[in-house]
Ligand binder design. Structure first.
Ligand SMILES: [Fe+2]
Length: 307
């Protein structure tokens, strides 16, 4: 039964052709993966096993390597992943209670119908939906501080959900996969019709990177099984599968090892990023509000019973 189901999914993908999220054929998918594998500098940070790979890795800026070195032992514990799955699971029957993360997804989906939602967890400060954890009795108090511009963010990508094409402006950063699997499409500019530079898949422990001149524009997608239906605007998955990534974004004046002009351009900092609206295909600006704070999520996960 299982086998025939998965074969149907593969066939459906073939028929779908240029569907969401990347609007590419399977042939283009293959070519873009090859293109990413040959890219200089490398799009994925790795230990080179031969000269050509070494050259690809060599061109990655030292400040990026410093961020990677500090992140390399970070993992989500198996119990944290299990608890997150529980909070992402769809309702068992219509109208029944769902976990905190699914609740946030539902709010976000109602708020923005242009693409399936993902969750941004700020590692510092406070966040928009922290109050839901208080309402549900998970925590007794809320964190203080700003809800915009955390330099480190945990992102939770439900299976088959994706971001719009967006630019990280003048920041320098890393995208470190912590759980599940994530596809990242790289673009040469912020435009609906931008040229695609390559497609990469990150597994736990693998890391992508960006700077203002290199790989600053991308789209992230979790390719895992999202259950019934085809992804696209208005899609909400029906499984508890997810990918998680840890993101670090440093503003230009916080990266002493990168040459910069000391000209702080607020609109190119991590406090906001520019994106391409999925419906209008026009440029927009997204203030980087976070949905949940790590201090809250950690307490919620710790008290979640894993059965
Ligand atoms: Fe991003």
């Amino acid at each position: 039964m299982k086998t025939s189901e998965s074969r149907e999914t593969v066939e459906a993908k073939d028929v779908r052709g240029k569907g969401y999220p990347f609007h590419i054929t399977q042939e283009e998918d293959r070519e873009l993966r090859l293109k990413a594998a040959r890219a200089v500098p490398a799009a994925v940070i790795d230990q080179a096993s031969f000269f050509d790979e070494y050259v690809q890795q060599l061109m990655i800026p030292p400040v990026v390597m410093d961020m990677v070195r500090k992140a390399e032992n970070m993992r989500l514990a198996p119990w944290e992943v299990a608890a997150m799955r529980k909070h992402l699971a769809p309702a068992e029957a219509p109208g029944t209670e769902v976990g905190l993360l699914r609740k946030i997804l539902q709010y976000k989906a109602a708020d923005d119908k242009t693409h399936p939602p993902y969750i941004r967890v700020a590692c510092t400060g406070s966040s928009q939906y922290d109050y839901l954890a208080l309402e549900d009795g998970h925590v007794q108090s809320l964190p203080e501080g700003n809800d915009v511009g955390s330099p480190v963010v945990l992102e939770i990508w439900p299976a088959q959900h994706y971001s719009p094409i967006h630019s990280h402006g003048d920041t320098t950063g890393i995208v470190f996969c912590l759980a599940g699997q994530l596809d990242v499409m790289l673009y040469d500019s912020l435009d609906w019709n931008a040229r695609k530079l390559g497609l990469i898949t990150l597994s736990p422990g693998q890391c992508a990177w960006l700077s203002k001149d290199t790989y600053a524009v991308h789209r992230v997608y979790c390719p895992l099984n999202g259950g019934e239906g085809t992804t696209g605007p208005g899609f909400m998955n029906s499984t508890e599968e997810f990918g998680a990534s840890f993101h670090v974004y440093l503003n230009e004046d916080e990266t002493p090892m990168m040459p910069h002009d000391h000209h702080h351009r607020e609109h190119h900092s991590r406090n906001a990023f520019d994106f391409i609206d999925e419906q209008t295909q026009e440029k927009g600006k997204f203030k980087t509000h976070s949905d949940l704070s790590w201090s809250v999520l950690r307490r919620v996960l710790a008290e979640t019973e894993i059965t």
